[in-house]
Design a protein around this ligand. Structure first.
Ligand code: HIF
Length: 286
């Protein structure tokens, strides 16, 4: 196939589709970051199952999980890239798109390697229920991320991705963005968490979140209960404060943690080739 393996060309095409004037805050970037994360965040270290290999969200059992509501938009944005580069796997496309989006939105460079394969059926999908619930607190956040093999510092570093995008009533039930400019990556999420006063609010759908009314924006910013758990927990809180004060440290640690996230469950030989293709038993497209 012509152009096979040309990830630079793929990256250039991903960059071109980020600008989406009709969608959300004018960018596909945030929802692409969430797609990359949810494709990887099913990983369970103990059973070595789940993770970004396989691109299981193409199947109803995973794609239709209420925790993945809204991610069909991200997959639809990327479909023309897959059509133009048919040799590319969805698993590589989804993870690469998240990483390119972060960089294009002023975030750090995140190391990324190709080679993921796509399941050809739904026999090896991770069970539902492995993704986190924003209504819960620190214990739950630890339970989910320790399962993947992250520590407290990495959990807080990753959490800075909530600087991007917004919550939607018709997806998760929550409402609003975390920061005033949700298409520009920065450490503002941590700064606002530390500096502002967050008031509990119950939305008309019964969902509870925390809000701060931003006068300039004439809009409410929001935090999930699971976000504010970071500043309330005595092990997490020092990292929140460090990242609020030091953007470079945050970028460095975020880059490392996100790179680790999209590699979960993937074992490579010295040349970078993925060696545990049995992880995608049930068949895979090479
Ligand atoms: Fe999110 N996250 N996330 N998240 N997330 C939402 C949206 C985004 C959690 C809950 C939610 C991470 C961790 C957690 C992004 C990126 C990352 C939404 C709103 C919820 C409820 C969905 C909607 O209604 O559209 C919880 C409980 C997490 C564990 C603490 C990661 C670290 C922060 C791993 C991560 O990278 C992004 C980006 C969005 C915005 C999507 C959008 O459509 O704008």
């Amino acid at each position: 196939m012509s152009n096979s393996g040309n990830y630079e060309a793929v990256a250039a095409d991903i960059k071109k589709l980020l600008h989406q004037p009709e969608y959300d805050d004018g960018s596909a970037g945030p929802v692409l970051v969430r797609l990359a994360w949810h494709s990887a965040g099913t990983y369970d270290a103990e059973t070595d199952t789940g993770g970004s290999n396989g691109a299981g969200m193409r199947y109803e059992a995973e794609g239709g999980d209420p925790a993945n509501a809204g991610l069909q938009h991200a997959r639809t944005f990327l479909e023309p890239v897959k059509e133009k580069h048919p040799w590319l796997t969805y698993a590589d496309l989804w993870t690469l798109a998240g990483i390119i989006a972060i960089k294009e939105m002023d975030g750090p460079t995140i190391p990324w390697k190709p080679g993921r394969t796509d399941y050809v059926d739904d026999s090896k999908l991770p069970p539902r229920g492995r993704l986190p619930d924003g209504a819960q607190g620190a214990d739950h956040v630890r339970f989910i991320f320790y399962r993947m093999g992250f520590n407290d510092q990495e959990i807080v570093a990753l959490s800075g991705a909530h600087n991007l995008g917004r919550t939607h009533k018709d997806r998760s039930g929550f409402h609003g963005p975390w920061v005033p400019n949700p298409t520009r990556f920065s450490n503002q999420y941590f700064r606002l968490m530390v500096e502002l006063e967050w008031k509990p609010k119950t939305l008309d759908n019964g969902v509870k979140q925390f809000v701060h009314y931003d006068e300039d924006l004439d809009e409410e910013l929001m935090m999930l209960p699971s976000d504010l758990a970071l500043i309330q927990d005595k092990e997490f809180a020092p990292w929140v404060k460090k990242y609020a004060a030091d953007k470079e440290l945050f970028y460095r640690d975020f880059s490392a943690a996100f790179a680790k996230l999209v590699e979960l469950g993937i074992k490579r030989d010295e040349s970078g080739k993925i060696v545990n293709a049995d992880n995608v038993k049930g068949g895979y497209i090479s």
